[in-house]
Ligand binder design. Structure first.
Ligand SMILES: [Zn+2]
Length: 698
């Protein structure tokens, strides 16, 4: 249930926030006049507007000079621009601020609408697609906005008049800033980077190459044979690494005794991907049988009829391992990301950009939060519970155990019938929205307001939510309703997406300054969506899940966070290692990856699992193609859990959601502190897990 509006926000941000910093040596040489010009014009403006504007004048001119390039103009253009565009008194500055807020709201909102219309056929269930629909859907109308706004100097007007702040400043002083001060900072951040086109292109190329590498990394499972030469997996099963491999391990817990051998085989495949002993010919190729234990490859004895033969190799190729391509991809991502460093003076490494600018949580503090989860004695307690439930010693792959699933009181058929009757078509759900909202505790007035600002569309996929970005437009709830009406799964997802829409509506209409619209990051909106989703049975008038069911869910949440926390640490450590070893070869990156995965496993998992030197957590594909994205997962789990717990404690959903969402896009910690008086952290999850363990041991 990805939230499209956030994906769009990310696209808009990468558009607005990506651009160039004029610090390259070539640029400096061409602009030898710049430093003296900065001094002259600074003095001129202070003389003109007085010392009370001094701080603004100095910081504004400095910001402009840091982004100015030769092609923006010479000395006279630079000085003339600053003279003309500095808002030297409060009234002019207010007017400028209001004008920018107005125009950017319209720009974001209409760009969002254009993108939505261009993706209409792809996203909505409106009949068969034409090839042109894909072309439209792939087109990004906002792709050049940032370059355009630097070229026409709108970006420089913003940078001249509104301050960029470091994460340190935001943490130290943000709590005492007014809403307007925060809005000014967010406004300036639209133009906090100006990356040269060739650098942007290098990053996109590396991203596209690693995406493609991962997208084609399939294992044909019927071709996997055990030591006895048996095929354990069905024909037609092709698993993409790592997602499908991991999920196949999970689905095999349906019968853990019978499926143990299959789970162990997948674990061995994962190890061979991570250490690159996997034979190159078995990747994305149904033409060879492979025994992952002996690592022997043989031409397929009985082809899987579901797949055409794709390539055959000379016999001598069969023993050849993948030549560290996995780590070549990662290294290329790093090399491209490093090219951005000189153009990002507020965050000099990719690691700093991810933590200080995107997540806005310092890396050290984030790491401590992960350690709180990883070092908790709860890991051992729950590991023991899993061992007891499985009736055998833990295996490393049990890090993906998903057996804390309570039995539902209702059969899927019963639930489908109830939902179908209630919601035969999308309009019936739309008409019922005010009732749903009132059941969640919203007043009549708020329920009407929300229902009037959220529109229902028939989704082609399972459903998603899309924010509006301007107040005159509506948020969109894309939901799937079959010919016979909505089924229970569709309803459950629709309620989740509805939660996103409610957050999107409050965090736009009620934030005051439009530059503050939204939430600090995706986890915050997911939390609100989960709170809604958990009410689905209540909303149907059925009994809510009991205490044991809730407890099982909490243990599952802890175990998932325990797993992904280690994966996030691996992602962080390999990026640090690459920055410390900038001339490394792919083979050296591989060796570092193996060392890091083993160290992390031995420190945080071996005491629970009783096995050392396990590397399977390194199998995550994101490590290779997502540029240090993985820390978002545990952070998301923790923040969502924290918010859900706090809302549960308050006992009232509607007014709480409105109260917290109207804060807008502050720092994650400040948002959480204002909302609930606590910092972002693992305490909520750990406390709830402790309670859940007691309930289940009763
Ligand atoms: Zn969601």
């Amino acid at each position: 249930m990805r939230n499209l509006s956030f994906m769009l926000a990310a696209v808009l941000c990468s558009v607005f926030c990506l651009s160039v910093f004029s610090t390259s040596i070539a640029q400096e040489k061409k602009m030898e006049w710049l430093n003296s010009s900065v001094n002259t014009i600074t003095k001129t403006l202070i003389d003109k507007y007085g010392t009370e504007q001094k701080e603004r004048i100095i910081s504004g001119i400095k910001q402009v000079s840091e982004f100015w390039r030769t092609e923006d103009g010479g000395k006279d253009v630079f000085e003339g621009f600053i003279q003309q565009n500095f808002a030297g008194d409060k009234a002019t500055q207010d007017e400028l601020f209001n004008r920018l807020e107005y125009v950017f709201e319209k720009l974001d909102g209409h760009m969002n609408e254009i993108g939505r219309e261009m993706r209409l056929q792809q996203e909505l269930d409106l009949g068969p697609m034409l090839p042109i629909d894909e072309l439209f859907a792939g087109y990004n109308t906002a792709a050049h906005l940032n370059d355009d706004f630097f070229a026409n100097k709108v970006a420089f007007v913003v940078l001249l008049n509104f301050p960029l702040k470091s994460l340190e400043d935001k943490i130290a002083y943000g709590a005492s800033w007014s809403r307007r001060q925060w809005a000014e900072v967010r406004l300036a951040e639209r133009f906090s980077k100006r990356i040269p086109a060739d650098v942007q292109l290098a990053v996109s190329k590396a991203a596209a190459a690693s995406d493609q590498y991962i997208a084609d990394y399939n294992i044909y499972m019927y071709n996997i044979i055990n030591e006895k030469g048996e095929h354990l997996f069905p024909q037609g099963m092709r698993l993409l690494s790592h997602w499908n491999l991991r999920d196949e391990i999970k689905s095999n817990y349906a019968d853990p005794v019978k499926n143990l051998e299959k789970q162990l085989l997948i674990q061995k495949i994962m190890e061979r991907i991570v250490d690159q002993t996997i034979p190159e010919v078995v990747i994305n190729n149904p033409n060879y049988d492979w025994n992952p234990y002996s690592n022997k490859v043989t031409p397929v004895a009985k082809p899987d009829p579901a797949f055409a033969i794709v390539k055959t190799e000379k016999p001598e190729m069969l023993a050849k391992a993948e030549p560290d391509t996995r780590y070549k991809m990662l290294l290329d991502d790093f090399i491209a990301s490093k090219m951005v460093d000189p153009y990002s003076p507020t965050a000099r490494t990719h690691i700093d950009r991810k933590f200080n600018e995107e997540r806005e949580i310092p890396e050290n503090r984030f790491k401590q939060i992960l350690l709180d989860v990883l070092q908790s004695p709860l890991a051992k307690t729950i590991g023991d519970m899993i061992e007891a439930r499985l009736g055998r010693k833990l295996q490393p792959f049990d890090i993906w155990y998903n057996g804390f699933v309570p039995k539902s009181k209702y059969t899927p058929e019963e639930l489908d019938a109830i939902v179908r009757k209630k919601y035969p078509n999308p309009k019936s759900f739309q008409d019922d929205m005010p009732n749903i909202l009132k059941k969640l505790g919203f007043s009549d007035e708020k329920a009407q307001f929300l229902a009037a600002n959220i529109a229902i569309d028939p989704a082609r996929g399972s459903g998603h939510a899309m924010g509006a970005y301007m107040r005159e437009a509506k948020a969109r709830l894309r939901t799937r309703v079959g010919k016979d009406g909505m089924d229970y799964k569709g309803f459950n997802i629709a309620v989740h997406e509805f939660g996103h829409n409610v957050e999107q509506t409050f965090s736009m209409h009620e934030v005051g300054n439009m530059s503050l619209q939204g939430v600090p990051n995706t986890a915050f909106t997911e939390a609100i969506a989960f709170v809604f989703q958990a009410q689905d049975l209540n909303l149907l008038g059925l009994a809510a899940p009991d205490e044991k069911t809730e407890a099982m869910k909490t243990l599952n949440d802890y175990w998932m966070t325990y797993e992904i926390a280690g994966v996030a640490l691996i992602d962080m450590e390999i990026w640090h290692w690459m920055y410390e070893h900038q001339n490394a070869s792919p083979a050296e990156v591989k060796a570092a990856m193996l060392m890091i995965t083993k160290n992390i496993w031995n420190t945080y998992y071996a005491p629970v699992f009783g096995v050392k030197d396990v590397t399977i957590l390194g199998v995550y594909s994101h490590i290779i193609h997502s540029f240090l994205y993985l820390p978002d997962y545990p952070l998301g789990h923790l923040i969502a859990f924290q918010i859900e717990e706090q809302i549960k404690k308050s006992g009232t959903i509607g007014p709480e959601v409105e109260r917290i969402a109207r804060q807008g896009r502050l720092l994650p910690d400040l948002w959480m502190k204002n909302a609930f008086g606590v910092h972002v952290g693992a305490e909520s999850l750990l406390e709830a897990t402790n309670r859940a363990v007691k309930i289940l041991k009763k």
